[in-house]
Design a protein around this ligand. Structure first.
Ligand code: PEP
Length: 254
C-alpha cells in the first residue's frame, strides 16, 4: 500500500503575512485522520519560518530546488544539508521550469538526486514531456531518458528513497490537465521502467501527478491505480482548494 502524498509547490509566490495565513489555514483544515502525507514547498527564504509555523503539525516541508554540491564556492546555491538543518524532509529536483528556464540537464538533476539522498532527505524527481514531444509520440522515450540518467547515478536502494512526479510540461500552469487515462499511461510506464531495475522498489515507488490539478479534477486523477498523489502548483496557494485536493487523495485510500 502506497501512502499518497500531496505536495504544494508555491514557486515564486509568498510573503511573510500571506504564508502565515495559508499555513494556519492548512493546520486548521487538515483532518488528522486523513491517510495522506501533505507537504508545502515555499521559497528558500521562508523555509525556516514555515518550519516554525508548522511545529507540531503533520505537514511536511520541502524545498523547490537544491544544489548538487555540499559546500564551497557556489554563489547563490543552497545545499541539501542546509535544507535538512532548517527542517526540510524533501526537495523537488528537475522541475520543468528548472530544466527549461535554467538549463538543468538530466545529469545535473541526477547529481542533485544523489546529494539529496546523501543528506537524508527525499528527492521528488520531476519528469515529463513537452507538447512538441508528446505530439511527436516520444513521451515514453523522454521520460525513460530522464529516469535513466538518475538510474545511472544512484543505486536501487538510493532510488527507492525518492518520489517521482510525472509533470507533462504542457499541463503545468496552463489549466490544461492530462486526462486520468493519459496520466495513468505514463505513470504505469514509469513504474514499469522502475520494475526493470527492481520489482520490489517499483511496487513501493510513489509516483505523483502534477499539471493543473484542481479540487475539481483531483479525484478522477488520484483514482487511477498508479497515481499516488499530486504535485500542485497554483492550487496550493489557496487553502480551500489545496485541502480539497488533499481530501481527494485521502479518499483514494481503502
Ligand atoms: C507545478 O508547479 O509543479 C505545477 C504542477 O503547477 P500547476 O499545478 O499550477 O500546473
Amino acid at each position: 500500500m502506497r501512502r499518497p502524498l500531496v505536495a504544494g509547490n508555491w514557486k515564486l509566490h509568498g510573503s511573510r503575512d500571506g504564508n502565515a495565513r495559508l499555513l494556519a489555514a492548512l493546520r486548521t483544515g487538515l483532518d488528522p485522520g486523513w491517510a495522506v502525507d501533505v507537504m508545502v514547498c515555499p521559497p528558500f527564504v521562508y523555509l525556516a519560518e514555515a518550519h516554525a509555523a508548522l511545529e507540531g503539525s503533520p505537514v511536511l516541508l520541502g524545498a523547490q530546488d537544491v544544489s548538487a554540491e555540499n559546500q564551497g564556492a557556489y554563489t547563490g546555491e543552497v545545499s541539501a544539508g542546509m535544507l535538512r538543518e532548517v527542517g526540510c524532509s524533501h526537495a523537488i529536483i528537475g522541475h520543468s521550469e528548472r530544466r527549461t528556464l535554467y538549463g538543468e540537464s538530466d545529469e545535473l538533476v541526477a547529481r542533485k538526486f544523489k546529494a539529496v539522498v546523501a543528506a537524508g532527505l527525499v528527492p521528488v524527481l520531476c519528469v515529463g514531456e513537452t507538447l512538441q514531444e508528446r505530439e511527436a509520440g516520444t513521451t515514453h522515450a523522454v521520460v525513460q531518458r530522464q529516469l535513466d540518467a538518475v538510474f545511472a547515478a544512484v543505486s536501487i536502494e538510493e532510488f527507492a528513497r525518492g518520489v517521482v512526479a510525472y509533470e507533462p510540461v504542457w499541463a503545468i500552469g496552463t489549466g490544461r490537465t492530462a486526462s486520468p487515462e493519459q496520466a495513468q499511461d505514463v505513470h504505469a510506464f514509469i513504474r514499469h521502467a522502475a520494475s526493470m531495475r527492481s520489482a520490489r522498489m517499483a511496487g513501493g515507488l510513489r509516483i505523483l501527478y502534477g499539471g493543473s490539478v484542481k479540487g475539481t479534477n483531483a479525484q478522477a486523477l488520484f483514482g487511477m491505480p498508479d497515481i499516488d498523489g499530486g504535485l500542485i502548483g497554483g492550487a496550493s496557494l489557496e487553502a480551500g482548494d489545496f485541502l480539497t485536493i488533499c481530501n481527494a487523495a485521502a479518499g483514494t485510500v481503502t
